[in-house]
Design a protein around this ligand. Structure first.
Ligand SMILES: *[C@@H]1O[C@H](CO)[C@@H](O)[C@H](O)[C@H]1NC(C)=O
Ligand SMILES: *[C@@H]1O[C@H](CO)[C@@H](O)[C@H](O)[C@H]1NC(C)=O
Length: 382
């Protein structure tokens, strides 16, 4: 893949400007995170530990929607949420690396499954054996199914996430042995969220793919990556998997700013691409589920409609700010550009659908996770 010097220069300039703005983001080391997790676990533990867990473990792959801090361990990337205002409403106001004001969907799902109050990252945390046995997240913010997507921003690929899973599996075998490891993995809820960075960043923001691929061809490329991932995860023993589709990415604040014209409408081409991907993804999942040699039950989680509902009609859900993030102007600030040292942060987060210009608030995530549990988790036969 040729990355032209003009575009590389532009990327370098944008990143350099951002680095100058955020010269020394606070690092959260494994110890701090571990202590926060332990404190929060003790705080919230009662609710979830009394009830019987619905699955053996929650195992997560994907991007920033589900990365609780793996990117903190990557010196090469600026795609991190380890500085204020991220974590504004997390226990102790700690910016763990979660791209939101507090919890992410994997935390909320782990609670709903009666597993634990928080789902931690795989990297750089001293997991207790029990914590490992009930699952972790291998996700890396800003990655995707297009191999170019993680390469452009120096984050982990979906293949590297699977390799982390292989290390994780070896750790489990060391703790409980091979037979019990098999049982845990077969009984685990696999949750995958990836693909939006491919469209929002790689396809619509850089020239590297848009020149050679029209939208249907790019959707096909993403589906090749998604299918490889699904087959690889299935071969590793995943038996029950929730696989999310695309949200209406044209309606997230940054994409309204970039593509939505002076009135910042939802940008139609991005939404069209998302819908086309979702349709093709459902066909792929239908085909895999019907294949007798494929031993994973994959349930497609549609998040398009619920996020469109929140981003366009959020007033029905008690939100008053649907089109601006909570960080700075709310128009464009995300990751290193969203930094509380240099900009104001809203004090009514729960009225906002989006925390930064790309990622929902915990309150929006709660509604989305409720929707998933009502509509799709029953199909997983947990
Ligand atoms: C991490 O938490 C566990 C308890 O959950 C504790 O035993 C361990 O010492 C902690 N490690 C660090 C580095 O704080
Ligand atoms: C995933 O599948 C692809 C295609 O079959 C293969 O090339 C790749 O090595 C696999 N990755 C892992 C981590 O197993």
């Amino acid at each position: 893949m040729m990355i032209t010097s003009r575009w590389r220069m532009l990327v370098v300039m944008v990143v350099a400007a951002a680095m100058a703005m955020a010269a020394a983001p606070a690092m959260v080391c494994g110890r701090d995170l571990n202590q926060t997790v332990t404190a929060q676990a003790m705080q919230q533990g009662q609710g979830s530990s009394n009830k019987k867990p619905l699955v053996t473990a929650l195992i997560v792959f994907g991007d920033s929607i589900v990365d609780p801090g793996n990117n903190n361990n990557l010196p090469s990337t600026r795609m991190k949420a380890n500085h204020a205002p991220y974590g504004k409403d997390f226990a102790g106001h700690v910016a763990t690396g979660r791209f939101s004001n507090a919890l992410l969907p994997p935390d909320l799902i782990a609670q709903r499954l009666n597993l634990k109050p928080l789902l931690g990252p795989w990297l750089n945390v001293e997991h207790t054996p029990e914590d490992l046995l009930t699952g972790v997240s291998f996700a890396s913010g800003a990655t995707g199914f297009d191999p170019l997507t993680p390469q452009l921003v120096n984050v982990f690929t979906m293949d590297q996430e699977l390799e982390f899973f292989d290390e994780y599996r070896r750790r489990l075998v060391g703790i409980v042995g091979e037979a019990e490891t098999r049982r845990i993995i077969a009984g685990a809820f696999f949750f995958v969220v990836s693909g939006t960075d491919d469209l929002a960043n790689t396809y619509f923001m850089t020239p590297y793919r848009a020149g050679d691929y029209d939208i249907p061809a790019y959707v096909d490329l993403l589906l090749v990556g998604a299918e490889a991932f699904l087959r690889n995860a299935s071969a590793r023993g995943a038996r029950k998997m929730g696989f999310t589709g695309m949200p209406p990415i044209g309606c997230v604040p940054s994409q309204r700013t970039i593509g939505g014209g002076p009135r910042r409408r939802c940008e139609a081409r991005r939404n069209y691409a998302a819908l086309m991907y979702n349709k093709a993804l459902q066909q792929l999942i239908g085909r895999l589920n019907a294949d007798p040699t494929f031993h994973t039950l994959v349930v497609y989680f549609d998040i398009y409609d619920i996020i469109e509902e929140l981003a366009v009609h959020g007033d029905r859900w008690g939100f008053t700010e649907l089109t601006h993030g909570c960080c700075g102007s709310g128009l464009i600030e995300v990751t290193m550009l969203c930094d509380a040292r240099y900009m104001g942060v809203c004090d009514d987060v729960d009225k906002h659908v989006f925390f930064d210009s790309y990622h929902p608030t915990q309150r929006a995530y709660e509604i989305i996770v409720d929707y998933i549990f009502k509509n799709y988790v029953p199909l997983m036969h947990l």
